[in-house]
Design a protein around this ligand. Structure first.
Ligand code: ZN
Length: 291
């Protein structure tokens, strides 16, 4: 086995830079935040200046940035360079309930469209939408041609930045006869996931409902129940200290699903749906940001 201490920083490039940033306390995330000055405020000019009273009128319009102050971790599953470095991605990591490879190459459609590219496309679109709503967004990888990071590091980053919610974006390599999407939630791993099981289940339901409504994608008919699957074998969930789910947006091996997910317009719809789910989860029932 090669010396990992040398290989790691050379391979991870942008993702390692993010991790290094987060390692400094998670506060230096300014690059992830868009300037707020670009928000249009056309409504303010609507009322005529007829009244002589100088009192300030309260604005009844909802905040254009409902996610201001929220931190969201987006983890696009796999990476475009993984196939070229089996020695790195096959190293075993501890995910509490078992040991498993650091990362995998992911699935692909029968025509060869790779899952890592799909995941990254949806992730970038989702990040743009969430930032427009005021959220700070942190990505576990910022390109689609690197290697890794390991699933353990992907989970650790969400913890380090104290994400209010986190998601791993995937597409499945299921049986060709199976179609649909599902959300994977953390099961109870005593001593590890106790605190996140409840909020992750709420996050999962909000994302499931929005995804189904906005994309029209059916619930998976070959895994889970009502598009919800609970698992304790995923490092990305077992090691998370923040509410987190995986989404398997579609089955890449199914012809109908493949036709949808290879369409950029459908990937945009998927991102819009996920953004709606996050907004629901992060704004529901939390007065003054107590959530
Ligand atoms: Zn995957």
């Amino acid at each position: 086995m090669p010396p990992r201490a040398f290989r790691l920083p050379a391979r991870l490039s942008a993702a390692a830079a993010l991790l290094a940033l987060a390692g400094c306390g998670g506060a230096s995330l300014t690059a992830a935040t868009p300037p707020t000055s670009s928000v249009p405020r056309t409504q303010a000019a609507a009322s005529p200046p007829a009244s002589p009273t100088p009192s300030v009128q309260p604005s009844p319009s909802p905040s254009p940035q409902p996610l201001a102050g929220k931190v969201i971790l987006i983890d696009p599953g796999h990476n475009g360079g993984n196939a070229a470095d089996p020695q790195y991605i096959n190293q075993l990591v501890n995910v509490i309930t078992e040991s498993k490879p650091c990362d995998t190459v992911g699935a692909e459609t029968d025509a060869g469209y790779p899952e890592h590219a799909f995941n990254f496309s949806v992730a970038i679109r989702l990040a743009r939408l969430l930032r427009a709503e005021g959220a700070k967004v942190v990505l576990t990888r910022t390109s689609d041609h690197g290697v890794g990071p390991c699933i353990t590091q992907r989970a650790a980053l969400g913890n380090q930045v104290h994400a209010d919610a986190a998601i791993s974006i995937h597409a499945d390599g299921g049986p060709p006869g199976g179609s649909g999407f599902d959300v994977i939630e953390p099961g109870l791993v005593p001593g590890y996931t106790n605190a996140i099981v409840g909020p992750s289940a709420r996050l999962g339901r909000d994302l499931r409902n929005a995804f189904h409504r906005i994309t029209g994608e059916p619930y998976a008919n070959y895994v889970g129940q009502n598009a919800i699957d609970v698992r304790t074998d995923l490092g990305g969930l077992n090691l998370s200290q923040v509410p987190k789910v995986f989404v398997e947006c579609a089955n890449m091996r199914n012809a109908a699903d493949a036709a949808r997910l290879t369409s950029p317009a459908w990937r945009q719809r998927a991102a819009v749906a996920l953004a709606a789910g996050f907004t629901k989860f992060l704004t529901a029932g939390s007065p003054a940001g107590s959530g």
